[in-house]
Design a protein around this ligand. Structure first.
Ligand SMILES: Nc1nc2c(ncn2[C@@H]2O[C@H](COP(=O)(O)OP(=O)(O)OP(=O)(O)O)[C@@H](O)[C@H]2O)c(=O)[nH]1
Ligand SMILES: [Mg+2]
Length: 199
């Protein structure tokens, strides 16, 4: 597959952003546990194991920074809403994300991943509203499109969009067939090369 993200390097895992990272733009991947964030990062960089696809979901509570094309950081996060995580750890995790999102940063775009088959959960809808309240630009990406038969995809997609009140930035993808991965890369690059978003 052709990829626009040719160079991809793991840099660091840490509970937020700081001065050790240079001033390149950042793109954050968010979504509930198991939605396919790490798989999406692998699909976009055309790698099998760059980001670890979890066997033990919800274990690490760090932001994982990957440098793409020496141009921007793509940040993999652990999923929210992981049931087996203790409430204390869940709260810590949410606070870490809140700190990251509300402090001055180089964030250009949040990719909020939802499951195409399952549709947006209550927590997804809440997270989307929270991100909008912070005025960060959000691209909603529905993953695992391959799980729904082709003949049903159109109507299914329409329903998901309705539940999210028709997000202005929207794509549905498959990390398995790579459908729309190239289009996602193009959209992300247009945001990187566009104006500043949040400080
Ligand atoms: N069929 C299909 N399966 C997928 C797709 N994307 C991810 N998966 C599978 O979904 C499971 C979870 O994927 P991950 O990439 O680990 O999900 P995650 O969001 O990073 O999970 P956490 O790190 O625990 O939050 C794995 O078994 C993947 O192989 C997709 O597009 N289609
Ligand atoms: Mg993951």
């Amino acid at each position: 597959m052709d990829t626009l993200f040719k160079e991809a390097t793991y840099i660091i895992s840490q509970p937020g952003t700081n001065e050790t990272l240079n001033e390149l733009p950042q793109i954050l991947l968010m979504g509930r546990s198991n939605v396919g964030k790490s798989s999406f990062l692998n699909a976009m960089t055309n790698r099998k194991n760059l980001a670890r696809v979890s066997k033990t979901p919800g274990k690490t509570l760090y932001l994982n920074f990957f440098l793409i094309n020496q141009q921007f950081y793509l940040i993999d996060t652990p999923g929210y809403g992981y049931a087996q995580r203790s409430q204390t750890r869940q709260d810590e995790f949410i606070h870490m994300l809140e700190r990251y999102l509300t402090q001055p940063n180089h964030l250009k775009l949040v990719c909020l991943l939802v499951d195409f088959k399952v549709g947006p959960t209550a927590l997804d809808i809440e997270t989307y509203a929270f991100l909008k309240s912070l005025h960060v630009e959000v691209l909603v990406i529905a993953t695992k499109k391959d799980k729904i038969p082709k003949t049903k995809q159109f109507n299914h997609e329409k329903k998901i969009k309705q539940k999210l009140n028709h997000p202005p930035l929207w794509l549905s993808v498959s990390n398995v067939t790579k459908e729309n991965i190239f289009e996602t890369q193009e959209l992300i690059l247009s945001k990187i090369e566009g104006g500043s978003q949040n400080g």
